[in-house]
Ligand binder design. Structure first.
Ligand code: C5P
Length: 299
């Protein structure tokens, strides 16, 4: 008996970062959008172990530090049973890429183990366990398009019309999320920029609700982008190339270093990906659409 869960990556359409809180987190206005880059997580009965396979999996821990292993332990603790599940992750989501790949695997492991152990865990409980594991984990269960407040874990689904076409420029190596948040704080202090309280962008919400890709492209914002660019200046060239090749909008995804480009349709996305590949500004290019559903069990 084994259970496989398919789980999507996310891109942040708006990442508004408020001041640093006493608990080390920042209050966010975080508009998540699930896109069709998927990891598949398979759990089978056995001693707790993690194996990982895929195109580029360097740096993914296979021990107890893997967030999927922590998810197994967390769910087992909640159910008062032994964390007996062997986890295999087929990775397509870039590692430490700002697309919540590790969070996706944790969400998938929660869902897969609940099924494997035939435990009836209501979705709100699963969401709470997910939030304990990381700020982005609940959204990987939910999918679609949603705004996350607080650390990003207090989610409200957003109305989103039609399908948007994306190109993702994958970078060599990752960026550490805590390091990028810390760089954001450092830059704000250095420039004496007061961290204001973030608000949802009305233009962004209207573009999503009407399915207007051009308006969405113009409304994309990421407060972490200056910090990601400060730590990885070469991303400036990647973003500029996408702009030059006619992307409707471009931004660093989450804490980076993946860059996201919005295209008008599938054909435009293919052209944009080819032009970016030709320009040599990325390790690899991936086209994807959004929104897509959150983590779900494959039959
Ligand atoms: O929640 P998660 O463990 O994924 O967060 C990783 C790190 O990212 C935190 O330790 C913190 O440094 C930073 N973070 C933050 N504010 C948030 C979410 C994450 O500062 N809202």
């Amino acid at each position: 008996m084994s259970v496989t869960v398919k789980v999507p990556a996310k891109v942040n359409l708006q990442l508004g970062v408020g001041p640093l809180r006493d608990d080390g987190y920042h209050d966010l206005v975080n508009v998540f959008h699930a896109v069709s880059l998927f990891d598949e997580v398979t759990v089978t009965p056995g001693p707790l172990a993690v194996t990982v396979a895929g195109a580029s999996v360097e740096g993914v821990p296979t021990g107890p530090d893997n967030l999927a292993a922590k998810a197994v332990v967390r769910l087992a603790g909640h159910l008062g049973r032994a964390p007996e599940a062997s986890v295999h992750i087929e990775k397509a989501i870039p590692v430490a890429g700002g697309m919540a790949g590790g969070s996706a695997d944790a969400a998938a492991a929660l869902l897969a183990c609940a099924r494997l152990w035939e435990a009836d865990v209501p979705l709100p409980v699963l969401m709470d366990l997910a939030a304990d594991l990381g700020s982005d984990v609940p959204f990987a269960l939910l999918g679609g398009t949603a705004v996350g407040l607080g650390r990003g874990e207090r989610l409200t689904p957003l109305s989103c019309e039609g399908e948007f076409h994306w190109v993702f420029a994958l970078a060599d190596g990752g960026l550490s999320t805590p390091a990028v948040f810390a760089e954001c704080d450092r830059l704000r202090a250095a420039f004496e920029a007061e961290a204001g309280w973030p608000h949802e962008s009305p233009d962004l919400l209207a573009a999503l609700a009407s399915g207007d890709a051009k308006a969405l492209g113009a409304a994309l914002t990421n407060d972490l982008q200056p910090a990601a660019l400060s730590l990885r200046p070469s991303l400036g060239r990647t973003l500029a190339a996408g702009r030059e090749f006619g992307a409707l909008g471009e931004l660093v995804s989450g804490s980076g270093p993946t860059c996201a480009f919005l295209a008008a349709d599938a054909e435009h996305a293919a052209e944009l990906a080819a032009a970016l590949a030709e320009a040599g500004v990325a390790r690899a290019l991936a086209a994807a659409t959004g929104p897509v559903p959150g983590a779900h069990v494959l039959s």
